[in-house]
Design a protein around this ligand. Structure first.
Ligand SMILES: Nc1ncnc2c1ncn2[C@@H]1O[C@H](COP(=O)(O)OP(=O)(O)OP(=O)(O)O)[C@@H](O)[C@H]1O
Ligand SMILES: Cc1ncc(COP(=O)(O)O)c(N)n1
Length: 264
């Protein structure tokens, strides 16, 4: 069985973070493992508290996994501070997993900061150069590049700028565009557009986590990056289409509708 590891934050309500990642890995038939970098207290309406794990326990979790188990793909999500980022970068440099998907999580949908302001520079200098693909949304791409991004042309410029920070490729996600949600990949030679059809729902908690974990699962299974993204777009479309209301706010994506019916 292929394996995938998520290094991210825990979402107590199960819609985003580690929990969304593990559900996505399972739905792809990939064995999921986790390194918890932060614990968040959150629900469908917002985040009420965050506690970061110490660099020491992050380091120990990474060693426990990599000294024993072959990791086919790594997905990195919320890592809120510079010290944690540095530990993760050091371990990736020594264990050198084949595929690294970096989702540079910065702010939750509900507006809570998940990346400390002084950690942005460490993310750029230490983690982006180790990524096979970085998957910022519009706002994250704007923060990383200090650019204003409004439409497709801005997304293309940002993808190229982030590529020049050292990652092998960049997928700028267009979920927050006013028009259809197209995602744009730059791989150093060409720009690729992955088109989607907008689904009108408020229940989109964890869409970014789900997409990056689906890409990591597909890479673990041996798909090319282009195939992995196309397949992940298909997956996120189904997961959003079958998303459901839970709690009083933004409900989660649905990973299991294929098995348990449209509305589980
Ligand atoms: N309403 C929608 N209909 C169809 N596809 C969508 C919709 N919203 C987002 N997507 C797709 O979902 C994926 C995640 O994109 P998005 O821009 O929402 O990421 P994100 O903002 O990082 O997510 P999150 O807020 O969960 O961190 C992308 O492939 C995007 O095109
Ligand atoms: C632990 C964690 N990781 C990531 C997100 C982003 O997801 P969203 O933008 O849907 O709130 C989150 N809310 N919590």
């Amino acid at each position: 069985m292929k394996t995938a590891l998520t290094i991210a934050g825990s979402d107590s309500s199960g819609g985003a973070g580690i929990q969304a990642d593990l559900k996505t890995f399972s739905a792809h038939g990939v064995f999921g493992m986790s390194v918890i970098a932060s614990v968040t207290a959150q629900n469908t309406q917002g985040v009420t508290a965050v506690e970061d794990m110490s660099p020491k326990i992050i380091d120990a979790q990474l060693d426990a996994i990599f000294t024993d188990i072959k990791v086919d793909a790594v997905k990195i999500g919320m890592v809120s501070n510079s010290d944690a980022i540095k530990v993760i970068a050091d371990k990736l440099k020594s264990y050198r997993p084949r595929h690294v998907v970096l989702d540079p999580v910065m702010v939750s949908k509900s507006g809570y900061d998940l990346l400390q302001p002084d950690a942005k520079q460490t993310l750029i200098s230490d983690l982006i150069p180790l990524a096979g693909v970085v998957t910022p949304n519009l706002r994250e791409a704007a923060v990383l590049t200090d650019m204003r991004i409004e439409g497709i042309e801005g997304m293309e410029r940002a993808a190229k700028a982030i590529y020049h920070m050292g990652s092998a490729s960049v997928l700028v996600k267009g979920g927050h565009l006013k028009e259809e949600p197209v995602d744009i990949l730059y791989d150093g030679s060409k720009l690729h557009h992955y088109k989607g059809e907008r689904i009108h729902t408020k229940n989109t908690h964890g869409t970014g986590c789900t997409l990056s974990s689906a890409i990591a699962s597909n890479l673990a299974k041996g798909l090319t990056l282009d195939e992995a993204i196309m397949e992940a777009k298909r997956y996120i479309h189904g997961a959003i289409k079958n998303s459901f209301s839970l709690g009083g706010g933004v409900g989660p994506t649905n990973h299991f509708y294929q098995w348990f019916g449209e509305r589980v």
